[in-house]
Design a protein around this ligand. Sequence first.
Ligand code: FNR
Length: 341
Amino acid sequence: MNLINQPIKINQYTIKNRIIMPPLVCFNWADTDGFETIDRAEHYGKRAKGGTGLIIVEASAISEEARIVREEVGLWKDEHIPQFERIAKRCHDEESVVIVQLVHAGKAAIGNPVYSSSRIELEKKECLEMPLEMIKQVKKDFVSAAIRAKKAGLDGVEIHGAHGYLLSQFTSKEVNKRTDLYGGSLDRRIQLSLEIVKEVRDAVGDDFIICYRLGVNDPSSEEDKYFAKKLEASGVDVLNVSAGIGANDIEVPDDFPFNKIVYMGTVIHDVVSIPVACVNGIREPEQAEYLLENNLTDLVAVGRGLLADPEWTNKAINGLPINKCYHCKPRCKYLIDGRDC
Ligand code: FNR
């Protein structure tokens, strides 16, 4: 496995190989005040020890109202810093680079009422249009959480712009019906994400990784590509590409040997110069190698595979057999009993 084991530079950091752990939230792992209830340093430390080059710690809420569920790990107050400090230390001891994903769930958030880009009924939930004052606060909350991540000794943050959460609700023309400066044209719909990137960059300085989880809606349109280039120009160091809103209709060319989410990543990889990560259903080292060999991606994210086998990366590099992930339905078995598969 030659190419998996090649280092790559992101910002000032050398990632020792091309395998990354994408964010994998474990809802039953926190109390209702954003504090972890299990030893997550051990959880991530094991994956770091197993050779993973870059670890992205699970979605962590930027404010209490931003949470997807009440039992979600938070980074909205200074008291949350030590639980990330422990993770940073453990991963660094194993020579992995480690960042944390920051999220505002928007329409999927807890709370009543909930706010989205527009007043709209989504998944049977009535959402109010987020007022400008609240948008300002959301930006501040992203910035404060990023500063806390830096204080914790993490190497960067990933801003969650995918999977139908708040920032994809702004980007999507189906959801965003605003008539102010954050709605209408594509430039206006992506404005909030770009402002957050710029404000986070100003606050954390140049030497801190900013990753953006880009939720692609339709790779055949120019919109996602345009947005990716704008993110690059705004100071994003790396893109972790996944699904956005409306991505279900995407068609993958017949000769493309992966699913549509991986395909979206490869399309974005073609149009930007910063590193891009592809993800979804990649289980075999040969698949990762194929993507790298054909210059379809720079980084390969292995999610459930790394839950099933923390040693996935080292085993892949050394050609050893890997504990298989069977992509259990409805959700990952790992999360149900909290033990390694
Ligand atoms: C996820 N995913 C996810 N994505 C994200 O952006 N933030 C998150 O916190 C989570 N949490 C999460 C939990 C669980 C249990 C699963 C299965 C998935 C999506 C994840 O990062 C990844 O994109 C998918 O798991 C697909 O990759 P794999 O697992 O097929 O390699």
